[in-house]
Design a protein around this ligand. Structure first.
Ligand code: GDD
Ligand code: MN
Length: 410
């Protein structure tokens, strides 16, 4: 490959099974192709390219390539990058003029890539290059996918505001509810820093929508073995983020599409009846705890009714947590041992139970006043309790006791 600009391939967003330039028998085989998507990153390219090159030259000299895919940035990022190719012969630049968007930029890059391992990294140095080799080693060791994660050991964010953290986590929780089969497979489904084995995604038609290309890869590819490496999301030094509200809306659309048409849409989950019965049994035991304590505190100790009820309800929540943790979800607990994990589960369970209580009161109002017209208050209450139980159970299954199906410690 000479260092002319690469032209974006036309046609569907599908990565070929064999690398396009694989026939050139004289050149050393390219093992790893890393895509750097850019839009208005002229201030960052020299630095990121220098850092990546230094790392990779020591690890797999001549057997990697960097492909920068720029969407015709007004600050001429592509030109700045192209001027670096004399110094860095492993760097190739694609200037796209028709198509736009982060996801399709990455896929277009993969389509012309020659490596059997395909990766992506942000250009703005928010993804620390230092962990690149860990990700690469994991894939060379056999993982189909290696993801840089903010939510495993060694991971985190720099100094994000509470709002930003909540938005990020909220997006993840939403994802877990809409499409757990994809979002639940990694601890950081929003990551844009990962590597995937070409054969795992080759010949799977990928969609260009959304900012989160990782969701496409997990949802449509053939991913079995996943590795994760912790990293701290750095602050931007130059340029601006391109994320706006539009990306949040797109994200939700993306989840719904994946749920209905990805590979995982064919894997239908049965309602986990056995687990639900156990959950219900524990729930009943909680009612007894609640009643007994209410009686004890209100009648016996002589506390006020509200105080008594709050203490009784919280005690029931704690007791339910205990039984659910050692019985209902015991199999899932075995894969997330330790006190800090247990405490996190308890916090989630407690929050969900309290939200269930609020829902209970609201639904009862609706059933009693609107649907049954003030008749049958006990039937209304029974239906409400059943509905809230299902809701609580599902949230707890998918959020509190969820196991990330990732093999740690590769
Ligand atoms: N070619 C192309 N086209 N590149 C784009 C486009 C586009 O339309 N939009 C953004 N990029 C490039 C940016 O230049 C940058 O290199 C990278 O994609 C990430 O864009 P940012 O705008 O910096 O994203 P961010 O830092 O706010 O968001 C990141 O969030 C995740 C963590 O929450 C994502 O980009 C992820 O990669 C990251 O892990
Ligand atoms: Mn960024």
């Amino acid at each position: 490959m000479s260092n002319l600009l690469l032209s974006p391939p036309p046609g569907p967003l599908e990565v070929p099974i064999a690398s396009p330039g694989a026939d050139s028998s004289t050149a050393a085989e390219v093992v790893f192709s890393l895509i750097i998507p850019t839009y208005k990153e002229s201030g960052n390219v020299a630095k990121i390219v220098a850092q990546l090159t230094q790392l990779l030259d020591n690890f797999i000299p001549d057997r990697y390539e960097l492909i920068l895919v720029d969407d015709d940035s007004p600050d001429l990022t592509w030109q700045v990058a192209q001027s670096l190719t004399d110094k860095y012969p492993q760097l190739h630049v694609m200037r796209r003029q028709g198509e736009r968007g982060l996801s399709s930029a990455v896929i277009r890059g993969w389509q012309v890539a020659r490596g059997k391992i395909l990766g992506v990294i942000d250009a703005d140095l928010q993804h620390p290059p230092e962990i690149l080799l860990k990700l690469l080693s994991s894939t060379l060791d056999g993982a189909d996918l290696a993801v840089a994660s903010r939510h495993v050991e060694g991971g985190g964010v720099s100094d994000w505001s509470v709002v930003r953290r909540l938005l990020s986590r909220g997006a993840q929780v939403l994802g877990l509810l809409v499409c757990p089969a994809v979002v639940g497979r990694v601890s950081d489904p929003m990551s844009g820093y990962f590597m995937v084995r070409r054969s795992a995604i080759a010949h799977h038609r990928l969609s260009p929508i959304g900012y989160k290309i990782l969701l496409e890869v997990i949802g449509r590819g053939e991913i079995k073995d996943i590795a994760e490496v912790g990293y701290v999301f750095q602050e931007r030094e130059s340029g601006d983020s391109k994320v706006t509200w539009k990306q949040y809306v797109e994200y939700i659309g993306h989840l719904i599409r994946l749920r209905s048409q990805g590979r995982i849409s064919r894997i239908r989950q049965k309602w986990p009846m056995r687990r639900f019965i156990r959950y219900g049994t524990v729930g009943f035991s909680g009612v007894i705890v609640d009643m007994a304590l209410l009686y004890l505190l209100y009648q016996g100790v002589g506390l006020g009714l509200t105080t008594s009820k709050i203490i009784a309800a919280e005690a029931a929540i704690l007791s339910n947590f205990f039984w659910n943790d050692i019985w209902t979800f015991a199999d899932m607990v075995r894969r997330q041992t330790g006190w800090s994990n247990r405490f996190k589960r308890l916090l989630k369970f407690n929050t969900i139970c309290i939200s269930g209580l609020v829902l209970n009161v609201l639904l009862l109002q609706v059933f009693f006043n609107v649907i049954f017209g003030q008749n049958l208050p006990y039937l209304a209450n029974l239906i409400t309790i059943l509905l809230v139980a299902v809701w609580n159970f599902w949230l707890n299954l998918k959020l509190s006791w969820r196991v990330t199906a990732v093999e740690q410690g590769r």
